[in-house]
Design a protein around this ligand. Structure first.
Ligand SMILES: N[C@@H](CCC(=O)N[C@@H](CS)C(=O)NCC(=O)O)C(=O)O
Length: 229
């Protein structure tokens, strides 16, 4: 059994998609990031960066294995199962490149854009524009990569696609425009049709925010620093 520390956001969907595609048994543990669950010592022991997703894999030969950071989780599960991971060593290198690209580029830019769009709408136009442009630049990078190919790496759907897809799914609510990016649009639709992906996006939908963030959520998600209390 895998414990999956989760909240329904694009970063959470990346791992939910792989778990659903693999069809493995997992136990969902909600981490309400708007209420501060990410700072609980028991969660920090698994995910020291106070971010979800994270997993603890109990199906091991020895002690349970805990993994934080979506790229590391996808690599761990794909390497362990041998699925959604290419066998060609050159394609394996490329898969790693796109896992790192997503967590170092598209993810942080989209995450900051989402913060300015959802938590400080209209308050900081320069910052919002900076991240909107970076998000758009990343869409262009993906579009060029997908030119003439169905999937990001090799000839099959893999964890490289799973990690890059969730922040593209929500382009519109982020204020992004997919019209200039036909390859990304085609790829986004192909993945969206997969039943496992639909189950993953629906996971924990009862926890999704239906109203603008409360003052408590804004304070928890804005006021973080690295200093001990
Ligand atoms: N690089 C991390 C990013 C994870 C991340 O930013 N998670 C957000 C939710 S989308 C979070 O846990 N936020 C809690 C907080 O900001 O305190 C990954 O890819 O796993």
């Amino acid at each position: 059994m895998i414990d999956f520390y989760y909240w329904p956001t694009p970063n959470g969907w990346k791992v939910a998609i792989l778990l659903e595609e693999l069809g493995v048994a997992y136990n969902t543990i909600p981490i309400n990031i708007g209420k501060g669950d990410q700072f609980a010592p028991s969660f920090l022991a698994i995910s020291p960066n106070n971010r979800m997703p994270a997993i603890v894999d109990h199906d091991t030969d020895g002690d349970p294995v805990s993994v934080f950071e979506s790229g590391a989780i996808l690599h761990y599960l794909a390497a362990k199962t041998g699925r959604f991971w290419p066998t060609d060593p050159r394609w394996q290198v490329q898969t790693m490149e796109w896992l790192f690209w997503q967590t170092g580029n598209q993810g942080p830019m989209a995450g900051q854009l989402s913060h300015f769009v959802n938590y400080a709408p209209g308050e900081h136009p320069y910052s919002k524009d900076r991240y909107a442009r970076e998000y758009d630049r990343c869409l262009g990078v993906l579009d060029r990569r997908l030119d003439g190919r169905g999937w990001i790496v090799g000839d099959a759907y893999s964890v490289a696609d799973m990690i890059c897809w969730p922040w593209v799914l929500i382009a519109k609510p982020l204020g992004g425009d997919l019209d200039p990016y036909p390859n990304v649009t085609r790829w986004r639709s192909a993945i969206k049709q997969r039943p496992a992906v639909q189950r993953a996006v629906d996971l924990g939908k009862e926890f999704r925010r239906s109203a603008p963030p409360t003052e408590e959520e804004r304070t928890i998600l804005f006021n973080q620093s690295g200093r001990p209390d």
